[in-house]
Design a protein around this ligand. Structure first.
Ligand SMILES: Cc1ncc(COP(=O)(O)O)c(C=O)c1O
Length: 430
């Protein structure tokens, strides 16, 4: 007989370290589009998408076919040793579609954190400057530079220092909690007076919509202000699109919502529909900053992952996933907004496209985060077969990351569960 969830849970605790925190106590058996089944046959609607990775759904037939085709040809040569056309062709496609009309180049890596590391390496090499500025609440990965840039201490940074130097943080705009775009920009000017000469700053890195930090969109005024500061001081602007990219916000890249072009962009997660692939795309002159051999990695731009990414771009176009993101996102937002009348813990409903979040606080006190309520909603939803993710510096935000290919009837089913769960949780709390 195959193992049970309970049995595997015990073996997991004995065989793997607690530092790899695991949310669910059941084990995946198979998945298709927006549904997932565990090893005991229980079905879940997947509103987590492997943390924003399967925008194109689980096992999309075009991705499976592309992988099969590549499996029959070769699975690894190390691009830096024996290159392959599909890497170059994907770089051409990404260059053509990333914001801005200037000449661009793209290098591929494996994880989001690796893309961030390399974006900083490229910025430092191109400018000859050491400093990097990031934002409170930002998340940029679990590597050393990723942690240094991340603006949330627990659990990401606890016990892991010292971190790379010359990294500074400014507050990210958060109108709900009293930080305006003007406050954030003023804090940057203050940083230049108090902490680092702007002439020593290589880059400012920000998320167009903060992901782990709570799905807070960067206001247009703030992004314009960042661009102006960067232009004034010769600083490079890096948009971390690891979580926002590939149709999630209703555009291929979230930066398309602004009239601002970043110098560099990091991409990962939904780029390859579940295969490990990331990249840095940016101004050709900047991307050529590092000397030959300075960038890369044994698995960077793995041919299977590259094949999947070609299929992902094709699916985003052929199935109009940007439009679907906008349409599903509107419906979810409307549902959550309507529920505010019966669920007084809802302090905010926000986000572009399908990058939607609901923030919970104590009723009548929008500045008092209610993490316990959020946890109860998440737990009850899971009991009802709906997989939801929390986020936010105060763990009081539910973020919705359903595949953009989700079937209408599965989406409707999920909304009905969500409505029940929110109403029940609110009535128990009352
Ligand atoms: C904005 C952002 N940057 C970087 C990362 C790190 O990506 P990875 O976990 O693939 O290393 C994440 C992961 O959640 C992210 O959301």
């Amino acid at each position: 007989m195959s193992a049970s969830n309970a049995d595997l849970q015990q073996r997991k605790n004995a065989a793997t370290p607690r530092g790899v925190g695991v949310m669910c106590d059941f084990y995946a058996d198979r998945a298709l589009n927006a549904e997932l089944w565990d090893i005991e046959g229980r079905r879940f609607i997947d509103f987590a998408a492997g943390i924003a990775v399967t925008n194109t759904g689980h096992r999309h037939p075009k991705i499976v076919a592309a992988l099969r085709e590549q499996l029959d040809r070769f699975t690894h040569t190390a691009y830096q040793i024996v290159p392959y056309a599909s890497y170059v062709e994907l770089a051409e496609k990404v260059n053509a579609r990333a914001p801005g009309k200037h000449a661009k180049k793209t290098a591929f890596f494996t994880t989001g954190a690796e893309a961030v590391e390399n974006a900083i390496k490229i910025a430092r090499a191109a400018t000859g400057r050491p400093g990097v500025i990031a934002f409170t609440g930002g998340f940029h990965g679990r590597t050393m530079m990723g942690m240094a840039l991340t603006g949330k201490v627990a659990p990401y940074k606890v016990g892991f220092g010292p971190f790379p130097s010359d990294v500074f943080h400014a507050p990210f705009p958060n109108p709900l909690h009293g930080v305006t775009a003007a406050d954030s920009l003023k804090a940057l000017e203050h940083l230049f007076k108090a902490d680092i000469d702007p002439q020593r700053v290589a880059a400012i890195i920000f998320e167009p919509v903060q992901g782990e930090g709570g799905f807070y969109p960067a206001p247009a005024e703030f992004v314009r202000g960042l661009r102006a500061l960067c232009d004034t001081y010769g600083i490079l602007l890096i948009a971390d699109e690891v979580q926002t990219g590939f149709a999630r916000t209703g555009k291929l890249f979230a930066m398309e919502h602004y009239d601002i072009v970043p110098d560099l962009m990091t991409i990962a997660k939904s780029l390859a529909g579940g295969m490990p692939l990331s990249g840095v795309v940016g101004r050709a002159d900047v991307m050529d900053g590092p000397a030959p051999g300075g960038l890369g990695g044994t698995y960077a731009g793995n041919p299977l992952a590259i094949a999947a990414a070609h299929a992902v771009l094709d699916i985003i176009d052929s199935e109009a996933l940007c439009d679907r993101a906008a349409a599903f996102g509107e419906r979810l937002k409307a549902k959550l907004t309507a529920l505010r009348a019966s669920v007084p813990q809802i302090a905010d409903v926000r986000g572009p496209g399908a990058m939607i979040a609901v923030e919970f606080s104590k009723p009548g006190a929008p500045h008092e985060p209610d993490a316990a309520f959020t946890k109860r909603v998440q737990t009850r939803a899971l009991e009802r077969g709906l997989l939801l993710l929390a986020c936010g510096v105060y763990s009081n935000v539910i973020r919705f990351l359903f595949p953009l290919t989700i079937e209408e009837k599965v989406f409707d089913e999920a909304l009905a569960i969500l409505e029940d769960v929110l109403k029940e949780t609110a009535s128990i709390a009352a």
